[in-house]
Design a binder for this molecule. Structure first.
Ligand code: FES
Length: 172
């Protein structure tokens, strides 16, 4: 009679022997999952870092040679800014030529002001005439003339990496 009483006290109603043996299984599984998750996050971070480390750290600049367009796109006497290439195409009395549109003071993009017949820098007020000569402001140099030529397909080409010491005109 006393044996039966002892058994009832050791095993709660509805509990099995497996439940007793694996009392900490839920907690173990939880920590295993947390551990696996942490490893996955660490691996993803390492992968990302490796990609950043091994990918080339370079700036992809546009090629220096620009196809500016056909000469008849630039009316006689016009000064046309191509903001993407930062150049002016000028159809002057002596022919076509190109100027850099980058201010020689601190590198701002200038703008053509037809009402003033001047190229103006918005940053510190430098101004240049249509030949690139500075007429006002802190810019230490004129706007550089850029090598310009007519390609076989009839387009005006400008090499932004080649500046000219003397003015050269493209006659069409
Ligand atoms: S950057 Fe043009 S005047 Fe300063």
């Amino acid at each position: 009679m006393s044996d039966v009483k002892t058994q009832v006290q050791e095993t709660p109603v509805g509990a099995t022997a497996k439940d007793e043996k694996c009392k900490d299984c839920g907690r173990r599984e939880f920590f295993a999952k947390v551990g696996m998750g942490s490893l996955a996050v660490a691996a993803a971070g390492a992968g990302l870092f490796s990609y950043e480390f091994f990918s080339p750290n370079v700036l992809f600049e546009a090629p220096p040679i620009v196809k500016a367009g056909k000469p008849d796109e630039f009316p006689q006497g016009s000064v046309t800014l191509d903001p993407k290439s930062a150049i002016y195409i000028i159809n002057g009395n002596k022919g076509f030529y190109a100027l850099s549109a980058i201010c020689t003071h601190l590198g701002c993009l200038t703008a053509w002001k037809p009402e003033l017949d001047l190229i103006a820098c918005p940053c510190h007020g430098s101004r240049f005439n249509r030949d690139g000569v500075k007429v006002a402001g802190p810019a230490p140099e004129p706007l550089p003339w850029l090598k310009t030529w007519l390609a076989e397909d009839g387009n005006l080409m400008v090499d932004r990496s080649t500046t000219l010491k003397e003015p050269e005109y493209v006659k069409v």
